[in-house]
Design a binder for this molecule. Structure first.
Ligand code: GRG
Length: 325
């Protein structure tokens, strides 16, 4: 097996799979490639370059690019072919966070424990850094080097898929709907509608990109897509449960009255226990979709469990009671 071939298929087994080292090694590969893409502009662009770099480094969990790689590995995709797509989805994620933190949207001062992009570089540059990352994602995917390992027709299809997933039908539309939902009562159907677009679409697209670059067959791709639908929703529900359970008690909150309970989320609309139950069900759906892929899907299986575990373990007893009732 060549150095550049990610096909770790034969090495994974449920019993001894080490998720931590898997995530670490993939993060190193993604970070190196992301840095390489940005370095090409370092000399010509000054502050905007620094703001774009700051938007990507230090990174977060890198879950979306790792999903590209992990889905590609199932079908023995080559790292060289997968990495441009992995980096593109992380650039788009980075852009969405920079824009989401702006005063016009969430008005956040901190991101990953550090001052947000606009706090460091000002609103104008932060806005442009987001634009720069979004645009660069498509530049990276359509580069001539990519066409040496991925057929041009497929590249075009993937660009179309990803732009659909992050445009008005997906991330942008979901965020806009979320913004408007803040001013009205929402039911769980609306919450799910928002999450599927705002968070789910990019997660699903990441998995589909990886699988297609690696040559998944139509039936396999359908399975990966269903897995992506479940994982995307699970990811957002888990994030919202963690946010609510980590929130200070009402008397200890800042005077702004900002509370996770006021947002359009699963735990705020149906309660923590019901949200945990839904999360546990989604985890099962995810694992069911991965079953036919055997050991090659062990990374995705372990990622699924980790996504759910953090939110379920925070309040395990409550979940147990609900599941028994
Ligand atoms: C501004 C067009 C536009 C969209 C913004 C991504 C987004 C839409 C908003 C961010 C706020 C939010 C809670 C989104 C839900 C998705 C989510 C949980 C994002 C955080 O993703 P992680 O946990 O972040 O992967 P890290 O820091 O690990 O990269």
């Amino acid at each position: 097996m060549s150095e550049t071939n990610l096909a770790a298929k034969a090495n994974h087994s449920t019993a001894n799979f080490d998720l931590e080292s898997y995530l670490r090694s993939r993060t190193v590969a993604v970070d190196r490639a992301l840095d390489g893409y940005l370095r090409r502009y370092a000399e010509q662009t000054g502050t905007i370059w620094k703001a774009m770099h700051y938007g990507l480094f230090p990174g977060g969990k890198r879950i979306r690019p790792i999903l590209v790689l992990a889905a590609g590995e199932i079908f023995e995709g080559r790292r060289k072919a997968l990495l441009p797509f992995a980096c593109a989805v992380e650039m788009i994620h980075g852009y969405s966070l920079i824009h989401d933190d702006l005063p016009a949207l969430d008005n956040d001062d901190l991101r990953r424990g550090e001052p947000t992009n606009h706090k460091v570089f000002g609103e104008g540059i932060a806005l442009l850094a987001g634009d720069g990352l979004l645009t660069e994602a498509f530049h990276v995917m359509s580069a001539p080097e990519v066409l040496k390992s991925v057929p041009a027709e497929l590249v075009l299809k993937l660009i179309q898929e990803l732009s659909y997933a992050v445009g008005i039908a997906g991330l942008v539309g979901g965020q806009a709907f979320d913004l408007e939902a803040e001013r009205r009562e929402v039911d769980i159907g609306v919450v799910e509608y928002i999450h599927v677009r705002k968070t789910g679409a990019l997660i699903r697209a990441s998995l589909r990109l990886g699988a297609q670059v690696a040559g998944a067959k139509a039936t396999e791709l359908k399975r990966i897509s269903r897995y992506g639908d479940y994982l995307g929703l699970a990811f957002q529900i888990a994030d919202d449960i963690i946010d609510i359970l980590a929130e200070p008690a009402p008397g200890e909150r800042a005077e702004s009255g900002h509370s996770e309970w006021n947002k359009a989320t699963f735990p705020s609309v149906i309660g923590i226990a019901a949200a945990q139950k839904r999360l546990a069900e989604l985890q099962q759906h995810c694992l069911r979709e991965l079953a036919p892929f055997g050991a090659s899907a062990e990374p995705l299986r372990a990622i699924t469990r980790q996504v759910a575990a953090r939110a379920l373990n925070m309040n395990g007893q409550l979940l147990d009671k609900e599941m028994q009732s």
